[in-house]
Design a protein. Sequence first.
Length: 280
Amino acid sequence: MISTASDYLARSPTAQAQARLDLGAGRSVTIWENQSDRIFYDTPKDHTFSFYLKGGTGTRRLDAGGVSGWPGAVCVLPEGHSSDWEITAAFRFLHLVLPDDTLRAWFSRIHDRDARYADVPEIVYQAAPALTAPLAQLAQAAVTCDPLQADAAVAELIYRLPQRPKALQGGLTAHQLQRTDDWIDANLGGAIRLCDLAAVAGLSEFHFHRMFKASRGTSPHKWVLMRRIDAAKTGLQGRASIADIAAACGFSCQSHLTRTFRAQTGMTPAMYRQRLADWG
């Protein structure tokens, strides 16, 4: 079984999770403390963003020349990149774990452009000011157990990711993507089938599925689910009942929305609505 960086830490005899937030859709943020340890991340799944909160000068990455960390240092471990770490002194750090398809789908939605432009470069102990602010906000959200603040921080971090200049081959055109999104939004309350989306784009189902995933970074099914959850979040800002919101967003019933919403956000719709009220 392929593990995330946080899975490796959870198996360590010395690493201790001090705070953790499950943000749904495979996303999690954890504040760890560790000392006197040796950790080898063997081709971990998902991307890991690390931010040193306290200490770190006694932590070295052995396969990168033995460089050491410091409070405020940022590391980015792209999915599948192995790394070898030695810890000789106590330190505290944050791990944000993001699945690749979730990161790229969010990037595509935030920037309204092809997901393949998102760049997740390996970073070993840099100041990385563009990423420091959202990572610090994530640390605060983990301590206060505030998933709304954490969601906002993740969105800001993805917004600030570097973009790679590259010539794209294949995928859907901007016009096809916009027509597809418009059709999805107009039909959220009903069944949305792959054949319908393919017809909107003027492609076969097989070709559409492959080209859509290339451009959006995730499958059509997951993209539609993300649009439904976004619509439910908007609905929860008003006074409509959760049952009515479920029907308007294409869920079979309130319990279906509740299960899916929790899986994608880490909260139930009722919890999300209460968090909004607390923020207001």
